[in-house]
Design a protein around this ligand. Structure first.
Ligand code: URA
Length: 439
């Protein structure tokens, strides 16, 4: 017999490990509404202070996975693989990663999310492609994944409904920042997607959810151990988010940047490093590569052969988008009425970029949400962002700004200049993009 909710809360408050029966009963009560918001908030706070042992976190994750639909992929010709990122700025990695892994023999049913806070969301980016159905029914999702090799969409069905209620309550009770709770929240949704391998991109730096390296490492270890404990082969990479990853930040502008990457017209170096490294891990988890080095070689070939671009184009068409998007994205992606450079206004070298401030500037332009119900403006954002270490003078652009009005342009230009630190012209920036692999 599981304990009453108040006894479970008291046990955790007093530092005890919860039993499997108690955790399952509590999650069942979250899902069916029989446990109150107050009780859920109290348990979250108890876990925040007392933590959870790995075995408890595995049980919690599995119980939350089982609170709704669990997808299955019977008879797929290859491993079913995905990535999760803790969220970044100018981070359009998913758009290149999914088709490249598909080109290497993986199947990628990628369920992506909307922007959160200052970080962008893949789903918002895809919604800037005219005609693209980003939330298809489950049957279409499965068909496109099987036939094309990847489908990047927003959530369909009822995956991990316990997390939806639990997260909403954590959000208003100051209990989001608990490692076991973040772990169970992220992984319950990924386990419910029926994957056979997963890679986690855990970002750290001023544009990340976890700015501190030690905290990011602790989260990455928890995610990797709990995912493997729940039976999902998973590795993680700690990556640098002290500056936007792409030279573009926004929605349509990041889709254009991804298409330019896939077709080889313009490839941002940091984006390349992260995409290849994550793909290599997915190929290893899925048994398609013997080592990350071999996986990296396969990923490079997927891009250089044009196969990843071809698959992305096929996915767009299969989900209702234009047939010539890859050849002529300018014709299809929505453009802002004002597109003008923001000049550095001083001479020197870019010594730091506040990634979080760039993300917030995109939100203020309308490219992200202030309230959950807001629509995003797909047209706005930045392109040609100057990079760390770039030499600038007063006439050099820090970025090209895409805005809806002159007022929004001026505000975002001021915010962008404030986000850049221009220092001594001789400064050399040596900060690795890939910080550490956690297996
Ligand atoms: N993202 C999630 O999905 N869950 C968390 O708890 C935190 C970030």
């Amino acid at each position: 017999m599981p304990m009453l909710p108040q006894e479970i809360i008291a046990a955790k408050r007093d530092g005890q490990a919860l039993t499997e029966a108690d955790i399952k009963a509590f999650v069942a009560g979250i899902t069916d509404g029989s446990i109150t918001e107050g009780q859920i908030g109290a348990l979250a706070m108890a876990v925040f202070f007392q933590g959870m042992e790995r075995a408890e976190a595995v049980t919690l994750t599995k119980a939350m996975r089982d609170s709704g639909d669990v997808l299955e992929w019977p008879d797929m010709p290859g491993p079913v693989l995905d990535k999760h990122s803790t969220g970044g700025v100018g981070d359009n990695v998913s758009l290149m990663l999914a088709p490249a892994v598909a080109a290497c023999g993986g199947y990628v049913p990628m369920i992506s999310g909307r922007g959160l806070g200052h970080t962008g969301g893949t789903l918002d980016k895809l919604d800037s492609i005219p005609g693209y159905v980003s939330q298809p029914d489950g049957e279409t999702f499965a068909k496109v994944t099987r036939e094309v090799g990847c489908a990047i969409i927003g959530q369909t069905g009822d995956l991990a409904p316990a997390d939806k209620r639990f997260y909403g309550i954590r959000d208003v009770t100051a209990t989001v920042e608990s490692v076991p709770l973040i772990t169970a929240s992220i992984l319950s949704k990924k386990l419910a997607a029926g994957l056979s391998g997963l890679v986690l991109d855990v970002k750290c730096g001023n544009g990340a959810f976890m700015s501190d390296l030690d905290k990011a490492r602790t989260l990455a270890r928890s995610l990797v151990e709990v995912a493997n404990g729940a039976g999902l082969p998973t590795t993680a990479i700690l990556t640098d988010m002290n500056a936007p990853l792409a030279t573009a930040a926004g929605n349509a502008v990041e889709v254009a940047n991804a298409i330019d990457f896939l077709t080889g017209r313009h490839v941002d170096a940091r984006l390349w490093d992260v995409t290849v490294a994550l793909g290599a891990e997915m190929l290893v988890s899925g048994g398609l590569a013997a080592s990350p080095d071999e996986g990296a070689r396969q990923m490079e070939e997927a891009f250089s052969s044009g196969r990843a671009a071809e698959i992305f184009g096929q996915m767009v068409v299969a989900l209702g988008g234009p047939a010539d998007l890859m050849e002529a994205h300018e014709k299809h992606l929505p453009a802002a009425p004002i597109v003008r450079d923001v000049l550095a206004g001083e001479s020197g070298c870019v010594t730091a970029i506040n990634g979080r401030a760039v993300g917030i500037a995109v939100v203020a332009l309308g490219g992200g949400r202030v309230r959950a119900a807001d629509d995003v403006d797909p047209r706005v954002g930045f392109t040609n962002l100057a990079l760390d270490g770039d030499a600038v003078d007063s006439e050099t652009p820090l970025a090209t700004l895409h805005a809806d009005t002159e007022g929004a342009f001026e505000e975002a230009a001021t915010a962008l200049r404030a986000a850049y630190t221009i220092g001594d012209a001789r400064t050399v920036i040596d900060r690795p993009t890939i910080i550490e692999r956690i297996a």
